[in-house]
Design a protein around this ligand. Structure first.
Ligand SMILES: [Zn+2]
Length: 96
């Protein structure tokens, strides 16, 4: 990810620890997908739920989805944070 916007030079990491919010969003996406898969799998296959298959699919979701969702998590968090905290002059890189 670029450190700043190519057009307006907004520095994306606006404070130390800024991306913790993105990690929370990433976790929410992963947990939501896992729960959707688990509950959906149980509802569709009840009463003969394939627990072993659901376990492996769950492990795949937990192992790969955070890496896949990582860029979107940062974008979503940056957009949400910009919506609630307007930019200040020192949020922009000095243009050389
Ligand atoms: Zn911009």
């Amino acid at each position: 990810m670029d450190k700043q916007c190519g057009r307006c030079h907004l520095i994306f990491e606006r404070m130390p620890g800024y991306w913790v919010g993105a990690m929370i969003i990433n976790f929410a996406i992963t947990a939501g997908a896992f729960l959707l898969m688990l509950i959906g799998g149980m509802v569709v296959t009840w009463p003969d739920v394939p627990w072993t298959t659901l376990t492996y699919v769950g492990l795949a979701i937990g192992g790969f989805l955070p890496a896949i969702a990582f860029p979107w998590s940062r974008t979503i968090f940056a957009a949400l944070e910009l919506a609630v905290r307007p930019t200040e002059a020192n949020d922009y890189a000095v243009d050389d």
